[in-house]
Design a binder for this molecule. Sequence first.
Ligand code: PLP
Length: 346
Amino acid sequence: MPEGLTKFFFSTSGTEANEAAVKIARLYKKPAYKVIVRYRSYHGSTLASISMTGDYRRWFIEPHTMHGVVRVPEPYCYRCPLGLKYPECGLACVNYVDYVIKNEKNVAAILVEPITGTNGVVVPPKEYLPTLKKIAEDNDVLFIADEVMTGWGRVGDWWAVNLWGVKPDMLTTAKGASASYVPIGITAVSKKIADYFEDEFFAHGHTFEAHPVSLAAIPAVIEEYRRLDLLSHVRAMGEYLSKRLEELKERHKSIGDVRGVGLFWAIEFIKDSRKTPFGTYEDKYRGVATPVDKLAAELLSMGVYVFSGPSWFIIAPPLVITREQIDEGIDKIDQVVKKLDEQYQG
Ligand SMILES: Cc1ncc(COP(=O)(O)O)c(C=O)c1O
């Protein structure tokens, strides 16, 4: 765990990890209760966690979402939501959060994926996360890192916050904690927060919380990650994958951007030189299969699984992947993207 996170609530999913986090934040910071999140985000599927989600998956349950969620723009420099360019923008997206906190009042926490996951692997500029943490600190607001996707070596470090030396007040995680063999969710808190609940009742729990089978998996998995020296392996394979993806981008007009860290990447597809996307969140909401979804389906029939957003693929292979397997995956992506080029780029 990042330094300073000393106590844990164990549940069985990332969703529940975030659910516990928002309850802890609201009890600890009461009467403050608002949570700041970003539009391009996914935090889970139950009522609180889907309400804190920014993307289209939240739309299905509106207007029945949890109150007290405030959304801010994300550091998506490829298509800046503020129409600005880094670094001339002066990090307007993050500085705006300070304005939001001061004008909202009663903000308890900021919840962010340090590197946005399914919404396109948005790696922030280097100043972004430390600045966001400082804004949280200066305004006495808790900083919660959702590392459900980015934790456990995915980015070549145990945690994505470590890439920028940021120490969150809380961290939520799941998936890789058991290498996904058994269900597990973890809400980690600082000593200060933990101490508060020595005297105050944390009214929360599940039948399967802290389940011995799930808990037994965590140290076993950590031992295996260490035995295989997986962090070094991810960094080495990540460098190789990055090189292969950059080559892919050079070869295909339909690829507008590739971005990522370690074994956590996105390929963003564009229809033309004006960066027109192949699909939108509205398409996903309506259940329309975009050309990128169709490409992903074709790849699956060829034995390669990628998660498809409206106009991007997420490339997040198992951490034990080899160079040969990366080559196989890239070659097959190369074959299907050729068809996209032929169809759309004349
Ligand atoms: C960043 C992030 N947070 C939370 C979740 C929810 O986790 P789970 O599906 O284990 O409930 C996910 C799921 O993919 C996720 O990507």
